[in-house]
Every structure is written in C-alpha cells, then in structure tokens.
Write a protein that binds this ligand. Structure first.
Ligand SMILES: [Ca+2]
Length: 357
C-alpha cells in the first residue's frame, strides 16, 4: 500500500505567501485535496483487503463511510477558514497555473475561467493518483466487479470534451478509413444519415469502428482508468458534477420513470454536468466504449500505474450510462458496463483520448 494522499504531480506545492491570491489558492487546494484523500483513504482502509468479497454487511464498513464523510467535512472547514488575500495583478506568470488546484496546462491547452485546461476539442488531465472503483458502505450501490476501490497512477493525457459526433465520424468515412455504422437503417435512433443530427454522438458503432476512428483522429480509445479519472477527478465523487442527484439539466438520462429526451441530443448540451476537468456528457447521452477488455476481477489484477486492463477477454468495457439508463443506478461514475465488441446499438457511442508526454 502506498502513501494515502498524493495530489496530481502537476499541482504545485509552494508555501502560501501573504498577498498572493494564486499561491494561497494553490496551497489551500493542495490541503483540501490532501484532506479529501486522507479521508477517503482512511474511509477505504486497505483497498485490497476490505472489499475483496464485496460484503456490504461487514460492520467495519459503517465507520468507513463515516470517516469518508469526515474527510470531506474537514476539507470544507479548511476552505471556510482560509484567510482572504489581496489581489496583486501581474504577479502570476501567464499560463503557469490554472484554477484553484494550480494545474499546469500543457502546451496548446489554455486555462479556462472554470480552471480547466482545454483546447478546441479536448480537455487535459494531469498526471497523478486518483481513486478508482467503489467501497461498499461508502459508495453504494457498489457492484462486485467495481471493487476494490484502489489507487491508480496515470500519466497525463487528454480526452475529447464530448462524444464523437456524426459530423466528425462522417469525415473519417469520407477519408475512406471508417465504415458505416452497423444496421444504421434498422432504427431511426441511429443518428448517421438523418438530418439535423451532425452534432449528435455517432452511435450504433462497434468497438472496432470506434477504435478505428480514434486512430484516424490521431488518438485512441481511453483506457477504463483514464475514463474514470476524467469523469471523477480526485475527490472520489459519485457523478461528474459532484454529489448532487442527477437531473435532466445535468445529463441526458432516464429519471423518475421518464426519459429526459428519449434519445440522444447534441453533444455538450449539459455544461452543468461537466466533470472536474471540463469533460461533458461523461454520464448520459451515449454510453461509451473504452479500450479495456472486461474482466470481473480486473481491479484485483490490474497494474497500479497506467493500467490497460486484461490482456484478453470476450467483452469490452463501456462507461457512462446512456440516455436510456436509470439515473439512480446507471450513472455512478464507477459503474462498469460490458458487451461483446461487435455489439452495436442506439445507446452506444464513444470518445477518444491521447497521451500527453
Ligand atoms: Ca456519454
């Protein structure tokens, strides 16, 4: 087991200096992240030991949830008690830090007013540790194949801000690289070929078609771990936007026995549901293929650094829940779906990623 609290490598750790808002914000952010991770660490105990059988009846898990909550409360208190500092315009070199956590935006990525690093189509995710999976008691429902919650260290990467659109996929087809979505005329819900859907996610694609598009776009499918970090950030949140319950304003999903839209909608329609790094529709709209083969025991077996999933398998993993998945169970950011790679459907789309090294 490694050390409990390891903020992203790109987060600076300079000591606070009076009169400099940015430096103070960086330090406060670092302390908050540390407190959160300490909380979840002590909440999770030894990930490899507490959740090996996924037994939600274990008495120790109740205190685990309490300690996780205590960690979050401690972080909130630190923020409340942080002393305000005066602005000193011009004291921060342009582009040196971004947002409350002081992220370092990589070349060709700009710091947005929301504190995320983005270019025209992708968002950057800094290198570092995050918590992947769930712990029964602290994060429910927590399926057996989503346990144990465990530390994962990832290199820096970028991921598409949205799902790949019909318009983008058509360009790949016109280049002679991508093939037509499978059985796209079988249902009016397969978007390619219907008018006014160029900004909807391309759906009804197999894993191979998704992977081929990403290679054409000079990228690749995200690994399962990359997808979860991009959706969840460092604080072990339940949804991309935080802990608040899903609504139709945060995501396109199925809620209270009713579908928000009854089908896909233009990508990026829910800025209120953005992830900590600025990715949109990480839950809802289209379910998304990721690179990894599926294995129910993958989290017991996977590497702790840049895991790429099992070397072989029958199914591939999908993440994020679709417009047709129920909001109360299908949209937790640790939820794992899996299907044979030649499966297609109106609910299935994808987005691409690339390494930043
Ligand atoms: Ca999605």
């Amino acid at each position: 087991m490694s050390e409990p609290a390891k903020p992203d490598a790109a987060i600076t750790n300079r000591a606070p200096t009076p009169g400099r808002r940015l430096v103070a914000a960086i330090a406060a952010g670092l302390v908050v992240v540390t407190a959160i991770l300490l909380g979840v660490y002590f909440g999770a105990g030894n990930p490899g030991g507490t959740a090996t059988k996924g037994d939600a009846e274990t008495p120790a898990l109740e205190s685990e949830a309490e300690r996780a909550r205590a960690g979050r409360q401690a972080a909130a208190r630190i923020l409340e008690e942080a002393e305000p500092v005066e602005d000193e315009p011009g004291t921060t070199p342009a582009g040196s830090a971004c947002g409350e956590l002081g992220l370092e935006c990589p070349p060709e990525y700009s710091c947005t007013p929301l504190g995320t690093c983005e270019n025209a189509t992708m968002v950057a995710v800094p290198a570092g540790v995050f918590w992947m999976g769930c712990a029964p008691g602290a994060e429910d429902p927590c399926n057996r194949d989503e346990q144990p919650v465990h530390e994962v260290t990832l290199s820096s990467f970028a991921i598409d801000r949205t799902e790949v659109t019909v318009g983008a996929y058509r360009k790949c087809m016109e280049a002679g690289v991508c093939t037509e979505p499978v059985n796209r005329m079988a249902t009016r819900r397969c978007n390619l070929g219907f008018p006014n859907r160029d900004d909807h996610p391309v759906n009804c694609v197999t894993w191979d078609q998704a992977s081929r598009y990403c290679l054409w776009a000079m990228g690749r499918l995200p690994t399962e771990a990359e997808w979860e970090k991009a959706a969840r950030g460092l604080d072990r949140r339940r949804y991309p936007w935080g802990e608040a319950a899903p609504t139709c304003s945060r995501a396109n999903l199925f809620i209270e026995n009713k579908q928000c839209r009854g089908g896909t909608e233009p990508v990026g329609s829910h800025p209120a549901g953005r992830s900590p790094y600025g990715a949109l529709d990480m839950t809802g709209n289209a379910l998304e293929w990721v690179a990894d083969y599926y294995d129910a025991h993958a989290y017991f077996l996977s590497d702790s650094v840049d895991p790429r999933g099992p070397p072989s398998g029958t199914d591939r993993v999908l993440r994020g829940g679709s417009y047709g998945d129920a909001s109360d169970i299908g949209h937790r950011v640790w939820m794992r779906y899996h299907l044979p790679p030649d499966t297609t459907g109106q609910h299935i789309g994808f987005r691409c990623a690339r390494s930043l090294r």
